[in-house]
Every structure is written in C-alpha cells, then in structure tokens.
Design a protein. Structure first.
Length: 258
C-alpha cells in the first residue's frame, strides 16, 4: 500500500485522532447498533483501528463472553487495555485476519489510503461468519466541488490533486456499494452524511491540525502554495465562515446465512 501520509510517529497524530474519534465515533456507533449483530458473546473485528476508541466500545458491548479484535499496522497510539480487547499488528492486504470468525467486521477511513481496496474488502469478507455484517465508512469529497469562497474551492482542488499523487482516493465512498455487491454480499444499504460547520468548530480544528501537519508535503508537491494554505487556515478560524467538506459514506452488507 502507499506510504500513509499521517503516520502515528507524527507529533500531532495522537491529538488529531482523538479529535477524529470525537467527531466520527457517534455516527460509527449508531450504524453498528442498527446492524443488530453486536451483543454479549459476539466476536468483532475493526480494521485500521487507529487509537482504538471504537474497538474499546465494542469490547464493552460484546461482554460478557465476546471478543473485540483491533487490527492496525501501528498500535502505538492505543492506550486502553481490556481483558476482552485483543490488539493485533497486521496488514489487511496480507489476508483475512481469521477466516469465518467474526459477527461484525468494520473499517473507517482506511480504504481510501489502500492501493488495492477490493483485495482488502475481500479479506474482510472472508473474516466474517455466515450471516455476519460488514460496515465500511469512507470519505467522498463531493461537497468541496461547490465550496465557497472561490479560494477555498481552489484549496480543495489543490488538496485533491495532491492526494491523487499520493495514492489517496477521496472519491472512494461512492464506490463502496458496487464493490460489496461484486464480492457477493447481500442486503447492501448505506447513507452519506455531511457535516455543516463553521470556523472555530471541532471540524475546523480538525482541518487546522491536519493541514498544519501536512503543510510541508502539500507545499513541496507544488499543488498548493503558502498563501493559499494560509487563506484556508484563516477561514477555519473565522466563525462567520460556514462550509461542508466530506460526505462520509457508510455502506453495509451481509454474508449469506448458514
């Protein structure tokens, strides 16, 4: 897979992931609850668990008797330890974590960084028990096409050009449903949710932290310049500026029952 541009070794990655958890965990938990497969005694798998916040929540939900497995290439930012939370360092492209072992497999904001998402999804599906559920949540940057003012739209045009050069697919959200269908899942469904936020909000803070962390790489790519980055960051601090960025696309499906 391409080198992950926001590696866990970066100084601001821990706080950035904490902020992402605060913003996205409520949506993620809501979709998991709606599937109805997480109960005491269940086995769950989160691929690309980051700081482990969802896996820790799953460990509580499957108790007593269940196991929550958390997988990532780098487990260094996971501080929580629980008796039924199992941490594994692994690459989902290398193969299924366990074959036909889990009632739920989920991944959030992982596939858009992976060179072969279809292989990763196939390995997740192979890890599901009969009748198990796969839940994927990925970004689609469709809203930035109409972002205002024009300089913000220019920033996002540069961001998307930079991301393509780095092997990141910020339009993958819209492809999830057909990918799951082609791999044989049933009962496929999903929605896309877009946060509307203003400067000074948690979402604006998230983008300030992310862009600041990546600033050197963004500028050196030639896709953005210092002035445009500074203008974008200024908007993120302006409470009178309102915008939308990502349509977080959550798609789920089931393996055939036993």
């Amino acid at each position: 897979m391409p080198k992950y541009v926001l590696g866990h070794h970066l100084k601001g990655e821990g706080p950035r992931l904490e902020l992402m958890s605060e913003l996205l965990d409520p949506m993620h938990r809501r979709y998991i609850d709606a599937l109805g497969v997480v109960r005491p005694g269940a086995r769950t798998l989160e691929v690309g668990c980051g700081n482990g916040s969802i896996s820790a929540w799953l460990a509580v939900r499957v108790s007593p008797g269940g196991i929550a497995v958390a997988v990532d290439l780098d487990l260094s930012l996971i501080q929580v330890r629980m008796q039924n939370l199992e941490l594994r360092q692994a690459d989902i492209l290398a193969g299924p974590v366990e074959r036909e072992a889990f009632d739920l497999v989920t991944a959030r904001a992982v596939l858009h960084h992976i060179a072969d998402p279809e292989k990763a999804i196939a390995n997740m599906i192979a890890s599901l028990r009969a009748g198990g559920a796969l839940l994927l949540i990925e970004p689609d940057f469709l809203p930035v096409r109409v972002a205002e003012p024009q300089e913000v739209r220019a920033f996002w045009d540069g961001w998307l050009a930079w991301s393509r050069e780095r092997g990141i697919d910020y339009q993958i959200g819209r492809t999830l449903a057909p990918r799951l269908a082609s791999l044989g899942l049933t009962k496929i469904n999903g929605t896309a949710e877009t946060a509307i936020y203003n400067g000074g909000s948690f979402w604006a803070d998230y983008w300030i932290e992310t862009v600041t962390e990546l600033r050197g790489d963004l500028i050196s790519s030639g896709k953005l310049d210092e002035a445009l980055v500074d203008r974008f960051l200024a908007h993120c601090s302006d409470s009178n500026w309102w915008t939308q960025t990502i349509a977080f696309t959550a798609v789920h499906g089931r393996t055939l029952g036993s």
